[in-house]
Design a protein around this ligand. Structure first.
Ligand code: PLP
Length: 431
């Protein structure tokens, strides 16, 4: 399709968009008396309008049933996670038994590393992407220290080549092969938070397995954004947060994935708690931990009903919208349109002001574009804010914009391009 940087074109695309009515299901923050154009769903997704309702209904359950709420009422809390598992599974390409909602993301990274990072002899290293999200770096460093290693010996980071921003799969695979039987665990982010690069998860997983390592993925920026197939790709474990693309609210519940091939694996350590105990015998309160089958056996504490209710409500919207095809197709179109609009502006400016570091190929990215501003980046970002456009700023010079197919429109993108053009011209001519 031929793209055009005009309001008429954007409006025409919105008219044709079969998902356009989903926008009405979300609450947009306001700037002065206008609604923001919100391009920050990669950081915190918008609140679905039903969120208040589902929280109120759980508050009512608590008020009316109190402790009986665990087993009584329409949705007994004891089994509440089961419905959620069914909604989570298609988001990450898993069987419902392979996923479970629990805790928060970094906590789950630790719990899963306790199981899947088991250094032995010379096989004690973890290979990860250079420039990973800081929480992942800290978690991995502290895990290797916990096992008595020095992070500078035990952590291998793979960086892009000199002068490049994006990691090449061939370089990742070469690094994996180079260290071969020293690597106990490969742990990458599915999509890098900074560049927006979606790694070739299937082939990287294969490469990790080919040298005998466990392979895990942090899907914070991938889950609900791009279609991943954890089960088919034979990934050992994964975890994600629900508050970015999945709109489940600040500090929302995290999800874990454990491949079914590990369900009977007694060699895996676990940091156990009563909620991971066999469900039908949990309240016998017996000595000696016996895990529930599947991912549920990794639970530690009792069900966090409120955050799970929010996640449930938001995944219901994904189900209605059709996550794997309809949403993804719109996401690809919206992001391509944003890329087009930014590139047009760059040409008009006749200066290499903006450089998109996110891969050009849709199969290697999700909704986010990371744009390096050559000059006056922070001023330009603030200028966008003053135009009612809320993206996200990363030091020293990156503007991240994420059009989210559930609630962003083609007109949002057109208006963003227009504002970016005005702000840039003004700032660069006065600078
Ligand atoms: C957002 C994000 C986190 C955040 O972790 P929390 O424990 O939810 O605060 C961790 N890792 C990655 C890769 C992220 O993108």
């Amino acid at each position: 399709m031929k793209l055009e940087n005009t309001l008429a074109f954007a409006k025409e695309q919105d008219e044709k968009d079969e998902l356009k009515h989903f926008r009405d299901q979300f609450l947009f923050p306001k700037y002065q008396d206008k609604f923001f154009i919100y391009l920050c769903g990669n950081s915190l997704g918008l609140q679905p309008k039903v969120a208040k309702e589902v929280i109120n209904s759980q508050l009512d359950n608590w008020a009316n049933l109190a402790v009986e709420g665990w087993f009584d009422g329409e949705e007994p809390w004891m089994y509440y996670h089961k419905e959620l598992k069914k909604l989570m599974a298609p988001i990450v390409g898993a069987l419902p038994s392979e996923v479970c909602p629990m805790n928060t993301l970094t906590v789950n990274l630790h719990l899963l590393m306790i199981s899947f990072y088991q250094p032995q002899g010379k096989r004690f290293k973890i290979i990860m992407e250079g420039g990973a999200f800081p929480s992942d770096q800290y978690a991995i460093e502290s895990q290797v220290r916990f096992h008595g290693f020095d992070p500078s010996d035990a952590i291998i980071e793979v960086f892009p080549r000199e002068g490049e921003e994006i990691l090449r799969t061939e370089d990742i695979v070469a690094k994996i092969k180079e260290h071969g039987d020293e690597i106990a665990l490969l742990l990458f982010g599915g999509i890098n938070y900074y560049t927006g690069q979606w790694y070739d998860m299937e082939n990287i997983t294969k490469a990790g397995h080919s040298i005998g390592a466990m392979v895990g993925w942090d899907l914070a920026h991938a889950a609900g954004n791009v279609p991943v197939k954890l089960h088919d790709w034979n990934v050992d474990f994964a975890c994600w947060c629900s508050y970015k693309y999945q709109n489940a609210g600040p500090g929302g519940i995290s999800g874990i994935f454990v491949h079914e091939k590990h369900f009977e694996n007694k060699a895996l350590n676990r940091f156990a708690g009563w909620w991971g105990y066999q469900e039908n015998k949990r309240f016998k309160m017996e000595k000696g931990f016996v895990p529930e089958a599947g991912a549920d056996g990794w639970q530690v504490s009792c069900t966090q009903v409120m955050p799970m209710a929010l996640y449930h409500a938001s995944l219901q919207i994904f189900k209605e919208a059709g996550f794997l095809n309809t949403l993804r197709n719109k996401s690809i179109s919206l992001t391509s349109y944003l890329e087009f609009v930014v590139n047009e502006l760059n040409i008009e400016l006749e200066k290499e002001q903006y450089k998109i570091i996110t891969p050009k190929n849709s199969a290697e990215r999700g909704a986010q574009l990371s744009i390096i501003a050559a000059r006056n980046g922070k001023e330009i970002f603030d200028g966008l804010l003053a135009h009612g456009i809320l993206g996200d700023w990363r030091e020293p010079n990156v503007i991240r914009l994420s059009p989210v197919p559930l609630y962003n429109s083609f007109e949002d993108i057109y208006q963003t391009g227009k504002a970016l053009s005005e702000v840039t011209r003004k700032i660069l001519t006065t600078a």
